[in-house]
Ligand binder design. Structure first.
Ligand SMILES: [Zn+2]
Length: 278
């Protein structure tokens, strides 16, 4: 568990997602979930070692598998909080969906694959339409819509600490997944994020960062829009000038993944730049 600032912590799980952790005297709030039981136990034992309350609330940033598979890992006394759109989508996440989702990962440990494949997703019990404010033991938190990566995305801002936990509304140091995105809506969310003037940001993936990560992702996305305006996808990816593809691939590290995999993701994102998915 990394100490971010004041009473804000984060568990940066990779593969998996970042988890924002906000201990309060009324219980600890986490934003998104780990994937595996041992990861949840590690968070719980670190909280107890720091004399913090156990996890009592889980805020769902958006309903992608790497953020929600562990809704059941912190016991039955946990309250799950999510917006109406996320609730609707999660309600359709059948066991077959979980299995499919797990299979898309090249996870090496078969035991862990089996554990994830049998994950039971608990639906949010506190469901809100647009925004929700919490005040738990004197700690105020604003749950705000930050759509773009998906229509359902929300972030959590803790004004007293000046800390923002974004879920996948921001990726830091990683090629963002944009297969279901709306670029223009996402830019509006970037604007909203900047207006919060957060001192520190816990992104959905990658290290804790500042506003520069927003600028970098926006530049990356603007480049994609520019390429898309000159490229007809019907001509195939060979029609994208190689130089501009390489420039985009070089924006973020590959972390040992084959360049071909990232190239395919970048091409898909360029396509979506001209075809909003919601
Ligand atoms: Zn996501």
């Amino acid at each position: 568990m990394e100490h971010v600032k004041d009473n804000i912590f984060a568990e940066l799980i990779s593969p998996g997602c970042n988890i924002g952790i906000i201990p309060t005297r009324k219980g600890t709030v986490i934003v998104d979930t780990p994937l595996l039981d041992w990861q949840a136990k590690a968070i719980s034992s670190e909280l107890s070692a720091g004399s913090h309350d156990p996890v009592r609330f889980i805020v769902i940033s958006h309903p992608h598998g790497d953020h929600i598979l562990g809704t059941d890992l912190f016991g039955e006394d946990v309250l799950i909080i999510g917006n109406r759109k996320a609730h609707e989508k999660m309600d359709k996440h059948s066991p077959a969906w979980v299995l499919d989702w797990v299979e898309t990962w090249n996870w090496e440990d078969q035991k862990e694959v089996e554990e994830m494949a049998t994950a039971h997703i608990t639906l949010p019990q506190v469901i809100f339409k647009d925004e929700l404010a919490l005040n738990l033991g004197g700690v105020e938190m604003w749950i705000l819509p930050l759509p773009g990566h998906l229509a359902e995305c929300v972030g959590v801002f803790v004004p007293e600490a000046g800390a923002l936990i974004t879920g996948d509304a921001l990726f830091c140091g990683h090629h963002p997944y944009m297969g279901e995105a709306n670029f223009m809506v996402w830019f509006e969310s970037f604007k909203k994020m900047r207006e919060l003037k957060a001192d520190l940001i816990v992104p959905g993936h990658g290290p804790v960062c500042g506003e520069e990560a927003i600028d970098k992702q926006q530049e990356y996305m603007e480049k994609m829009i520019e390429i898309r305006s000159k490229w007809n996808p019907e001509e195939g990816e060979e029609a994208i000038p190689g130089g501009s593809l390489n420039e985009l691939i070089a924006f973020y590290p590959l972390y040992g993944r084959p360049e071909s995999v990232m190239k395919a993701r970048v091409v898909e994102s360029i396509r979506v730049a001209g075809e909003p998915k919601f």
